[in-house]
Design a protein around this ligand. Structure first.
Ligand SMILES: [Ca+2]
Ligand SMILES: [Ca+2]
Length: 238
């Protein structure tokens, strides 16, 4: 049992002496408040019942004991969803390590296919699908980061992790700043689609030069985020 705080008023004040004797006051003051992490009540600096503060994190009913296996991979939202064309590849991606997704690592059970090669096929197919047959062919030659299709798909697959800049502003994308962290309000799907469909200057599929594909049309951060984790945004009220 952790004894966190011990409150023992030490002084018998004159006013108290008027009302009762110092001996009585001793009895009164000897009511000791013991704040512990096992007393079944929220007290002291705790942020929940017997958790938070000095008692360790509040798990909100979650049990983190036991052995864990990887069931999902989601450094940057939308990568696996957008670029892996079927459930088998999506599952293979979810069970793989980031370091095993480069062009040097064939996907287990998929012959010589690698995630960058799969992503290149998806990217080419997207551009063919949204091609206006009455306009000259559009291909993915570069995105707003100056990445061609080889560099871009390698980047998507082999570095799909949440990167954080230890110094400077935290942002998934803000102005010229990319991938220095992630704020709750960042519209990460629009950022992903901009890299995919924006072309070198962000206008390739912007609703004017072709269908609008650089946004999912869903705003982010326009409603309150709930606490605690996973900080879901409140549903839109119709
Ligand atoms: Ca307590
Ligand atoms: Ca959006």
């Amino acid at each position: 049992m952790t004894l966190k705080k011990l409150y023992i008023p030490l002084v018998c004040f004159g006013l108290a002496a008027i009302l009762f004797s110092c001996e009585d006051a001793d009895d009164f003051n000897n009511v000791i408040e013991q704040v512990t992490c096992t007393d079944g009540i929220q007290n002291g600096e705790e942020t929940g019942i017997d958790c938070g503060g000095e008692c360790g994190p509040c798990l909100n009913g979650l049990d983190f004991s036991g052995l864990y296996v990887q069931e999902d991979a989601l450094g940057r939202p939308g990568i696996n969803l957008v670029y892996s064309p079927n459930a088998a590849l999506q599952n293979a991606y979810n069970h793989s390590a980031t370091s095993d997704r480069s062009s040097l690592s064939p996907i287990q059970g998929m012959g010589q296919a690698t995630f960058p090669s799969v992503f290149q096929t998806s990217l080419t197919d997207y551009y063919a699908f949204y091609q206006d047959p009455n306009l000259p062919e559009i291909t993915f030659d570069a995105n707003v980061l100056g990445q061609d299709i080889t560099v871009f798909t390698e980047f998507l697959a082999a570095s799909d992790a949440l990167q954080v800049a230890p110094e400077g502003p935290t942002s998934f994308h803000s102005g010229d700043l990319w991938f220095t962290g992630r704020r709750l309000s960042d519209d990460v799907m629009d950022d992903t689609l901009l890299l995919l469909f924006g072309g070198p200057d962000g206008t390739r599929f912007d609703g004017v030069n072709g269908p609008k594909l650089i946004s999912d049309q869903v705003d982010s951060g326009d409603r309150n985020f709930g606490l605690p984790f996973p900080y879901l945004e409140a549903p839109l009220q119709q």
